[in-house]
Design a binder for this molecule. Structure first.
Ligand code: SF4
Length: 349
C-alpha cells in the first residue's frame, strides 16, 4: 500500500503522533494527525477491524464474495480482509467476484489486476460476464444505445450480475469497496434526485438483508485518500459521469475546507427519518427471471426486452398513449433512471 506521499512534505520533520519515534509521513485527512507509514498501516487495518467487529459484519464460517473490479478500493479491500481474516481468525471463506461488462480497453485490462490479486492473496476468483448472462456486451449495447443511457444498462445489469455470481459461489454475503467519499456523494445525489427509498438505505453498512444476498461496506468510514495503492487505474471509456462528477467535486471542495465534512454528510444521511406515510416500493419477484423486483418485470428484463426487440430505448423512454399492462409496468419502473456503477467512480446502492 502506498500512502499519501505528497502530504509527507507538509508533515516536515515532525515525529509521528502515534509512535513518537519515526518521522511522520502523512497527515490523516479524517483526524489531521501526522503519522508515520508503519503506524498508518496499523491504525488503518485496526479501524477496519473495529468497523467489522462493531457492526458484526461477518459470522464465523460464512462464505464472503469480495466485489473485485481491479480498482483501488476493491483491491485494498481484498488485501485487508484476507489479512484481518488470518490475523483475527474470523473464520471466513473469502472469494473474489468480478463482473466482465465486455468493455474492451477497460474491463479486460482491469480484470488482469484481479487475476493478479487472485494469486497474490490466494483467493479463488469467479468472473461472470454480461455476454454469458444477458447475451450482450457493453460494447454491443453502446453500439445500439449510444453514449447517453449506457450507464443505466450497465448499472442495472451489474447489480444483478453480482447477485448471480454470488449465488454461483454460494456465498452468504458480498463485501464491496464503497468508501466514505462514495457514500457521502450518494447521500447528496439521493437528496438531489429526491430518491427517498435509496436515501433511506444508502448509509446502511449492510443492505439487502431481505434480498437474495446481503451486501456490506467495511470501508464505510474510510476516506478515499487513505486507500492508496499501486493499482491499475483507468476511466471507463463510456463514462459520462456528469451528475455524479459534480457531486464528487463538491464533496472534494467541502473536504478541502473542512475534512470532517465527508463523515458529517454520512452522519446526516444516517439521521434522516423517513416519514412512515412515505410510500416505499414493495419487494416481489420478477415474473420473467425470478430476480427481486418491485414490478412485474425486473429492470434488467425490461431493458433486455428492449434490446432484443430492437427498441433499446423501451426501458428508458416512457411511452405515451399505450395502455397495455407492460407499458404500465414500465411506467411504474422508475428505477430505469440513471443507475450508475461503483467501478467507474459512480455507484448504485
Ligand atoms: Fe458501465 Fe460505469 Fe462504464 Fe457506465 S461508466 S458503462 S456504468 S462501467
Amino acid at each position: 500500500m502506498e500512502v499519501a506521499e505528497s502530504k509527507s512534505k507538509k508533515a516536515g520533520g515532525r515525529l509521528c503522533s502515534t509512535c513518537n519515534q519515526r518521522k511522520a509521513a502523512l497527515k490523516r485527512p479524517k483526524t489531521l494527525e501526522q503519522i508515520c507509514r508503519e503506524c498508518f498501516y496499523e491504525v488503518f487495518e485496526e479501524e477496519i477491524h473495529q468497523v467489522i467487529v462493531g457492526n458484526q459484519l461477518f459470522k464465523a464460517g460464512e462464505r464472503i464474495a469480495i466485489g473485485a473490479s481491479g480498482g483501488k478500493d476493491s483491491t485494498v479491500l481484498a488485501f485487508v480482509l484476507s489479512e484481518l481474516n488470518r490475523r483475527h481468525n474470523y473464520g471466513l471463506d473469502l472469494f473474489l467476484l468480478s463482473i466482465d461488462e465486455g468493455i474492451s480497453g477497460y474491463r479486460d485490462d482491469s480484470l488482469q489486476t484481479v487475476k493478479r490479486n487472485e494469486i497474490q492473496y490466494g483467493l479463488p476468483l469467479k468472473i461472470v460476464s454480461y455476454k454469458d448472462l444477458y447475451g450482450w456486451t457493453m460494447d454491443e449495447i453502446v453500439k445500439v444505445i449510444g453514449l447517453k443511457n449506457n450507464c443505466t444498462f450497465c448499472g442495472v445489469f451489474r447489480r444483478q450480475a453480482l447477485d448471480r455470481g454470488a449465488s454461483l459461489l454460494k456465498v452468504d454475503k458480498i463485501a464491496t469497496g464503497h468508501n466514505a467519499d462514495d457514500i457521502a456523494e450518494t447521500v447528496l445525489l439521493n437528496i438531489l434526485r429526491g430518491d427517498i427509498a435509496r436515501l433511506s438505505r444508502c448509509t446502511l453498512i449492510t443492505t439487502g438483508e431481505d434480498g437474495p444476498i446481503p451486501r456490506c461496506k467495511p470501508f464505510k468510514y474510510t476516506y478515499e485518500k487513505e486507500i492508496r495503492l499501486d493499482y491499475f487505474s483507468t476511466e471507463c471509456i463510456y463514462s459520462p459521469n456528469a451528475y455524479r462528477g459534480f457531486a464528487r467535486e463538491f464533496i472534494k471542495d467541502l473536504e478541502r475546507l473542512r475534512p470532517r465534512a465527508i463523515l458529517d454528510i454520512i452522519k446526516s444521511g444516517e439521521n434522516f427519518r423517513i416519514s412512515t406515510s412515505t410510500k416505499m416500493p414493495e419487494q416481489g419477484t420478477c415474473e420473467r427471471c425470478g430476480y427481486i423486483s418491485s414490478q412485474k418485470w425486473c429492470k434488467a428484463c425490461v431493458l433486455l426486452e428492449g434490446l432484443n426487440r430492437g427498441l433499446p430505448k423501451m426501458g428508458i423512454v416512457r411511452s405515451r398513449g399505450q395502455n397495455n399492462e407492460r407499458t404500465k409496468d414500465m411506467k411504474q419502473n422508475k428505477g430505469t433512471k440513471n443507475i450508475e456503477s461503483k467501478q467507474c467512480g459512480t455507484l448504485d446502492f
